[in-house]
Design a binder for this molecule. Structure first.
Ligand code: HEM
Length: 516
């Protein structure tokens, strides 16, 4: 799952290093009593430092063996400097070989970039488990269900599946529709006559959609504003590299304060939903749908705080990834007017003049072209390019190499989703590949489709994602015109937890007249 949201960091504490230093120094022979001149002290210190630095290199070489990676590491920090500003170019270099090795602060990292390796890692829950950024536990709280693994995780997750049934999704769609229309109006009313970056506005759309879908009207407008503005502190604290201690004023400290605010409002919402549902209210948000299942004894009881932490995990897991996909969807549709025209044609046909009713699952099923655009956006610019796992035991990844225990093992998805053997012309944005008769119709690519991961921790919200994206794309295509200002940075990718166009996606919206 998430890192910054998803891409965890070889970031902070050099714990292995400290451990190794400790072990080495405790094994040094006791020195005979000598007269300690300044020279002897200096020579001894130098000898110890040189021994430790050599030991560090020996450890690196023994872990890496024949894997591609630097022959020697920069002492202590390793490739820390490169990890400070992650770039797509650097990532692509690390995906050029099936396995690659890196060290940052003596944390040994193996990057796996083929489909087979990625699947093997994601499906080996006895050997490896997801490891989030170090700050994630502080921010989401250690008792959050996302930190569970194995059987207890499976059990907990089963209880949450009821939140994504078609019946529940249909309720969410109605909520989503209201939010989209509000945001569309505000974009059209933007007085700036020139295009401006919309990435943060798309983040807001996603945050408000999530809060209303999850909590309905149990969250007041000002509370939703407060969570939305504070949530950015959480995203910022999940950067690849972070100061390891949550001292006041640090990003992690700010993020923990933001979490406190969010959990308070989400817990209150859970309590209010329980009360209202007990009085016979009809479910109109995720909390209600959940409480309905609890009252029907189809799932167990959950405390308000437990429910709040689940909602927090959903926001945490989804906010950055969905914002990335929505941003690219608007950019790609503006840059490909022929594709946008086909989406509009389909929306007009399916809605048949009914522009007031909210989007429904039945309508979405009749929109193969819009759904194909959604899938292609997710493939072409997968928001989550890797998910870091931690090996719990030695992990024999192939016949020649066993990944040592305690390694950060990172399955990467870009190559799988840009594999020319499975997706011909992978660098082209081609929704047609998903249509009946298209090369990827009928799930021929199911092995490579790693947008949502695989195995026990596969994204629980994926059906919601397809629905949300197709509903936003479809409604926007019908009700809005938008112009994209292409800059030299539009095609460059920036990594802020997930992927974004480097210029923030500069757009200008206007109302599109539709016949009734
Ligand atoms: C474009 C949007 C999204 C993408 C690309 C995405 C992708 C992913 C990926 C790659 C994982 C890790 C899977 C693994 O380790 O094998 C994951 C996990 C997860 N996602 Fe998503 N996700 C998205 C949206 C959402 C949404 C909307 C929700 C909730 C409503 C959500 C909830 C979760 C949760 C709770 C997990 C952890 C599941 C577990 O550990 O059992 N995600 N997601």
């Amino acid at each position: 799952m998430p890192s910054s949201t998803y891409v965890s960091a070889p970031a902070s504490a050099p714990s292995h290093f400290v451990e190794t230093l400790g072990k080495l120094s405790s094994s040094l022979p006791e020195l005979p009593a000598v007269e300690w001149s300044a020279k002897t002290v200096a020579t001894s210190v130098l000898a110890i430092v040189v021994t430790l630095l050599l030991a560090e290199q020996v450890l690196w070489r023994s872990r890496k063996q024949a894997l591609p990676g630097h022959a020697w590491q920069i002492p202590v920090i390793g490739q820390f400097a490169e990890s400070l500003n992650p770039s797509m170019e650097a990532y692509k270099r690390s995906w050029a070989t099936p396995l690659a090795s890196v060290s940052v602060f003596n944390i040994f990292i193996v990057i796996a970039s083929t489909t087979d390796y990625a699947r093997k890692i994601l499906n080996s829950s006895t050997l490896a488990e997801p490891c989030l950024v170090r700050s994630a536990k502080q921010i989401l709280l250690p008792e959050n269900w996302v930190f569970l693994n194995g059987k207890v995780h499976n059990e907990y997750r089963k209880g949450l599946n009821v939140l994504f049934t078609p019946k529940a999704l249909e309720i969410y769609l109605r909520v989503q529709d209201t939010i989209y229309r509000k945001f569309f109006d505000s974009w059209v009313a933007n007085p700036n006559p020139s295009p401006e970056p919309y990435m943060m506005k798309f983040r807001n759309l996603n945050m408000f959609t999530s809060l209303r879908v999850f909590c309905g009207e149990y969250i007041a407008e000002d509370a939703a504003e407060e969570i939305s503005s504070k949530y950015w502190q959480i995203t910022k604290a999940l950067e690849l590299v972070n100061f390891p201690f949550a001292f006041p004023g640090t990003k992690v400290w700010n993020a923990c304060r933001a979490r406190e605010v969010a959990v308070k409002h989400l817990s209150n919402a859970a309590a209010a939903s329980k009360k209202a549902m007990a009085q016979g209210k009809e479910a109109d948000c995720l909390l209600d749908a959940w409480v309905e299942q609890i009252l029907a004894k189809k799932v167990r009881e959950y405390t308000d705080k437990e429910m709040a932490l689940v909602l927090l995990s959903f926001i945490f897991a989804s906010q950055d990834a969905m914002s990335s996909s929505i941003t690219f969807a608007f950019q790609l549709l503006a840059d490909n007017p022929d594709i946008l025209a086909k989406v509009r044609e389909e929306q007009t046909r399916v809605r048949a003049g009914d522009h007031e009713s909210p989007m429904s699952l039945a309508w979405l099923e009749q929109m193969p072209y819009t759904n194909a655009v959604t899938k292609e956006v997710l493939r072409y610019r997968p928001p989550v390019i890797m998910v870091p796992y931690l090996t719990k035991k030695p992990f024999p990844i192939n016949d020649e190499y066993t990944v040592p225990k305690g390694t950060m093992l990172i399955p990467s998805f870009w190559n799988s989703l840009h594999d020319p053997a499975v997706y011909p012309e992978p660098e082209e944005f081609k929704p047609e590949r998903w249509l009946p008769g298209g090369v990827n119709a009928n799930g021929t690519d199911s092995k490579n489709w790693l947008v949502f991961g695989a195995g026990a921790h596969k994204c629980i919200g994926q059906n919601y994602v397809y629905m949300h994206m197709s509903a936003v794309i479809g409604s926007a295509a019908l009700f809005l015109n938008w112009e994209h200002e292409v800059t030299p940075l539009s095609e460059e990718i920036e990594i802020i937890a997930t992927l974004f166009p480097k210029d923030g996606c500069r757009l200008k919206f206007s109302k599109r007249e539709v016949e009734h």
